[in-house]
Design a protein around this ligand. Structure first.
Ligand code: ADP
Ligand code: ASP
Ligand code: MG
Length: 450
């Protein structure tokens, strides 16, 4: 189908009957919107992760009751309530059984299986809501096409297979009478076991399906009217950005702008598909277009914040003039599956940061075994809980004096580490601690307000 759009609605956009109704109106308002990807109702994934981490009998019952209530509040507005209730109760029964297993011992595969119920339940109710408003809709289990590897909790998509499967099983269902409603975030490996793409992964699902089906546009509908100059919930003066490049959007997402999952741009770039970000509640406000070549490329575009970074400083006098020290350090991190984020070096030491990441289980402990292995050839110092502010922009290094403004603004805060030079699009400050809201506001005022 020409001009096909794939629309993704996040948790708050399907969190209750009114939010679902606004999202429904967005879908039927665009005749090119034929495939809809949705998240679990807001709050549901967090509750399911709590169960997956293992909790008390009492807590299990309390969470099941909350899950029942979230979905019941939608069901009461719809037809065929008996059938819908049975469907939800079937999931709640399974969730409870799995939560009991997680009490004894948990693992990433079990976590993925437990959290997948969230998207399965919300998508089923969303189909019923379309029918309630007289629009034909069909539920589709995304796991039949969203093939991933078996790295549970942060599975990698197998794009060639997704393309073949999507053409085989999804494309034939698309027509101009029915809306296909499917789940974000979840997938399955070749054994048919449920996997997840990591927290916030529904944006990525939409982009992956968009790539597989070669759609014209990917629309990410959320609770803010586009991508802002920084998180509008933290900096009141933040403004929506009309157009962004893929690189800028990817840098923002990577450095913590939650509005887009960091991997969303990867499939879109491969097929040159523009991504629109807007508010499902207030679509009339417009939003942001993420495109290959936006008209403006300002030195300073946005700020992003990632909390809870870990700084590891490794020092060894033998590093002076020695070869292979960095290779040894990096190989230890690789062995323990930690991906290094920022790097800075001095004569006898190297400082690296690790991000908590976006795995579904939320687990990111630094293993003591890894630290011991590092201690065999260098001194190791670990600091945790540090905030990282990234300034995103363009060609910051190409003109003299550009970054002075940033240094002036950050001057009154304790900066633990600075990273600059690897990309023309970012300048990162790892702060010591303290009030990140104040630092973000100061930088925003200096760099992004007139
Ligand atoms: P959804 O559930 O729709 O996927 P998310 O909560 O994942 O929504 O992302 C939307 C949130 O991202 C916003 O409510 C906002 O607080 C946060 N956010 C962080 N940085 C930005 C930014 N630069 N622009 C817009 N929103 C941002
Ligand atoms: N429901 C999942 C989460 O909360 C995926 C998503 O919302 O994108 O992380
Ligand atoms: Mg999200």
């Amino acid at each position: 189908m020409e001009n096909l759009d794939i629309a993704k609605f996040g948790g708050t956009s399907v969190g209750n009957f009114d939010a679902m109704t606004s999202s429904y109106k967005v879908v039927v308002g665009n005749k090119n919107s034929r495939i809809v990807v949705i998240s679990a109702c807001s709050g549901v994934t967090n509750l399911l992760v709590e169960l997956a981490n293992g909790t008390t009998d009492e807590k299990i019952d309390e969470i099941i009751e909350k899950l029942r209530d979230i979905h019941e509040q939608i069901i009461i507005h719809l037809e065929n309530q008996h059938e819908l209730r049975n469907y939800i109760e079937g999931h709640l029964k399974e969730i409870k059984e799995q939560a009991k297993v997680a009490q004894k011992s948990t693992n990433d595969q079990l976590t993925d299986s437990i959290v997948s119920h969230g998207e399965l339940m919300s998508s089923f109710l969303f189909v019923a809501l379309f029918k309630h408003y007289g629009t034909d809709a069909q539920w589709f289990d995304v796991r039949t096409v969203m093939r991933t590897d078996s790295k549970f909790s942060c599975a990698k998509p197998v794009c060639d297979e997704i393309k073949v499967l999507a053409h085989d099983k999804l494309l034939p269902l698309i027509n101009d009478k029915t809306i296909i409603i499917t789940q974000g975030f979840i997938g399955s490996n070749t054994m048919g076991e449920t996997t997840t793409l990591g927290r916030g992964g529904s944006d990525y699902t939409a982009a992956l399906l968009g790539e597989a089906l070669d759609v014209a546009t990917i629309s990410i509908w959320t609770d803010v009217a586009g991508v802002y100059t920084t998180d509008p919930r933290v900096v009141k003066a933040a403004k929506p950005i009309a157009e962004l490049s893929y690189v800028e959007a990817a840098e923002m997402a990577n450095f913590g702008a939650k509005v887009l999952h960091p991997s969303t741009m990867i499939p879109a770039v491969r097929k040159n598909i523009p991504i629109f970000v807007g508010s499902s509640k207030e679509p009339e406000k417009g939003g942001t277009w993420v495109r290959p070549e936006p008209q403006s490329q300002p030195h300073f575009r946005a700020l992003a914040l990632r909390k809870n970074q870990t700084l590891i400083v490794l020092s060894s006098p033998v590093m002076v003039g020695a070869t292979g020290f960095l290779a040894n350090v990096f190989s230890v991190f690789a062995k323990y599956n930690h991906s290094i984020d920022l790097v800075s070096t001095s004569e006898i030491s190297i400082a690296i940061t690790l991000d908590a990441g976006t795995t579904t289980s939320g687990k990111h402990e630094i293993s003591e075994a890894m630290l011991n292995e590092l201690r065999q050839f260098c001194h190791v110092k670990v600091e945790t809980g540090l905030p990282l502010i990234a300034i995103i922009g363009n060609k910051m290094s190409e003109n003299a004096g550009v970054i002075t403004k940033a240094f002036d603004a950050i001057n009154k805060f304790s900066v633990r580490m600075i990273c600059y030079g690897a990309s023309r699009h970012n300048l990162c400050f790892l702060l010591k601690d303290g009030d990140t809201t104040e630092a973000l506001n100061a930088l925003h005022q200096a760099l992004l307000e007139d």
